[in-house]
Write a protein that binds this ligand. Structure first.
Ligand code: PLP
Length: 227
């Protein structure tokens, strides 16, 4: 077994244990493998170990991998900051975008997504208070952005995403994920297409599962350190 396959086995067992511990439905938390700055062979290993969803942050790097690996029919998620001049390529190459944080980017993704393709699945990235990263819309702007996205025919509004500040205590991690979960639950009553709460990385996925995450984005825990 490759190290990647072993890591995946361990993480899937942890996820299943945590689903039980926190009263989550078995199988309700999906694993997205974050493959940025990782070589092609490791993506193939992860796919052989059963993973089909991969997350990338850098368009140029991702485009090469997507082209090289196209026979594997993987599902690709763009999770990095979006410059508006990259929206065309993102709309063409990816099935999901987790980092939509402004109307202009949403409009451009919509404009560049072929209406003959399936709609592009999008999550709104929210900048929770105290968050180190500058990306994401403010929590109180989230409703307005969702309203705009819901009107765009080539986008499908799937959920919310956040990268909270790195904290090393479970309760503090849970408190920030809870803010995102509350916004998500409230929005779900308006937008029936919302089914994805994209939160939790290698260092905080227990807290994310406890607070209702449906999609963990894990990089180093699966692939090891990035160079
Ligand atoms: C890199 C990255 C991850 C994965 O982080 P790890 O700590 O390596 O698990 C998850 N989400 C986003 C948006 C990232 O940029």
């Amino acid at each position: 077994m490759t190290i990647v396959a072993e890591n995946i086995k361990v993480i899937l067992a942890q996820i299943s244990h945590l689903e039980q511990q926190y009263g989550r439905t078995a199988g309700s938390v999906k694993l997205l493998a974050v493959s940025k700055k990782q070589p092609m062979e490791k993506i193939v290993s992860a796919n052989l170990a059963g993973l089909n969803d991969f997350g990338e942050n850098y368009l140029q790097e991702a485009a090469v991998k997507i082209e090289e690996l196209k026979q594997l029919a993987l599902c690709w998620h763009f999770i990095g900051p979006i410059q508006s001049n990259k929206t065309k390529a993102i709309a063409e190459h990816f099935q999901w975008v987790h980092s939509v944080d402004r109307v202009k980017v949403a409009q451009r993704l919509n404009q560049h997504r072929e209406s003959s393709s399936l709609p592009l699945n999008v999550c709104v990235q929210v900048n929770l208070s105290g968050e180190a990263s500058k990306s994401g819309t403010a929590l109180d702007q989230t409703d307005a952005l969702c309203r705009e996205i819901a009107e765009l025919p080539n986008l499908k509004l799937r959920g919310l995403m956040a990268i909270p500040a790195a904290l090393n205590n479970l309760e503090a991690q849970r408190a920030s994920f809870r803010q995102l979960r509350d916004a998500f639950v409230r929005l779900q009553s308006t937008y029936s297409s919302m089914d994805t709460l994209s939160m939790g990385m290698s260092g905080d996925f227990e807290a994310a599962i406890a607070e209702g995450s449906t999609l963990l984005r894990i990089g180093t825990g699966i692939f090891g350190r990035r160079d």
